[in-house]
Design a protein around this ligand. Structure first.
Ligand SMILES: [Zn+2]
Length: 205
C-alpha cells in the first residue's frame, strides 16, 4: 500500500510499500532482510536512504511471520494495533527480531528452544550487570562450536558475544514440552509472539 514518508530534509513523499512478501517468490527479499536493506526507501528530494518500519507479512510455504514495527510494540501488547496481524505462525516486533526469526529458521532450529536458551543466558548476564539499559540477546547464527548470540545494551556501543553448545541446545529441545507449561517460560513461548523481549518490556495496563 501507499505509505507517506517525511525525510530528515523535510521532503514529504509517498512510496509503494508491499504489505506482504513471499520469500519463495522473492528470494531477494530474504537477502534484503538479512542485510538490513529491507524497506529501505530513497528520498526523491535529497537521495538519502530512509529506513522506516512498516507492518508487513513475511511468508514462505508452511511458515509466516508478521512484522510489527518497534513503535507499535506497546499497542501490540495491549491488543490495540490499528491493523490486523491475521493468522500467523509468528510475530516479530522491531527489525532485529525479524532478522533473528529468519536466521533461526535458516539454522533449522526451533525458535522456542532458542528463546529458552536466551532466557538462561540473560539470567547469567544480568547477575553481573549493573547498568540501566535494557539488555537484549539476539541469535546470530550457527558455528561448528554451537549457537552464537549477541548481547546488546551491555556497554555503550559494545556487543557481547556468547555461545551455547549444540549439546546444551539439544538438551533444551528435549525439555521444551515441559517448559511450555512452566512459568515464566509459558509467558514468552506462546505463539505467535515468541520472544523473551516480551518479559522485559511488558508494560502494565
Ligand atoms: Zn530527503
Amino acid at each position: 500500500m501507499k505509505r507517506k514518508l517525511v525525510c530528515f530534509c523535510e521532503h514529504e513523499f509517498e512510496s509503494e510499500v508491499p504489505d506482504s512478501v513471499d520469500l519463495s517468490e522473492q528470494p531477494q527479499a530474504r537477502q534484503a532482510i538479512l542485510e538490513g536493506e529491507f524497506q529501505t526507501i530513497q528520498c526523491p528530494g535529497c537521495g538519502k536512504a530512509l529506513k522506516p518500519e512498516f507492518p508487513v507479512l513475511v511468508r514462505e510455504p508452511g511458515w509466516s511471520v508478521f512484522f510489527v514495527p518497534e513503535l507499535d510494540r506497546v499497542a501490540y501488547y495491549r491488543g490495540k494495533l490499528p491493523y490486523p496481524v491475521g493468522e500467523v505462525d509468528r510475530v516479530a516486533i522491531g527489525y532485529d527480531e525479524l532478522v533473528e526469526k529468519l536466521r533461526i529458521r535458516e539454522a533449522g532450529l526451533d525458535d522456542r528452544v532458542v528463546e529458552v536458551l536466551k532466557y538462561y543466558l540473560l539470567q547469567k548476564v544480568l547477575e553481573h550487570y549493573e547498568g540501566e539499559a535494557e539488555v537484549r540477546l539476539l541469535f546470530t547464527g550457527l558455528e561448528p562450536a554451537g549457537l552464537v548470540f549477541h548481547a546488546h545494551g551491555l556497554r555503550d556501543k559494545e556487543v557481547g558475544v556468547m555461545r551455547v553448545s549444540r549439546q546444551m541446545a539439544d538438551k533444551a529441545a528435549g525439555q521444551l514440552e515441559g517448559k511450555l507449561r512452566e512459568e515464566p517460560f509459558s509467558q514468552f513461548l506462546a505463539a505467535p509472539y515468541v520472544s523473551i523481549n516480551k518479559l522485559a518490556t511488558e508494560t502494565p495496563e
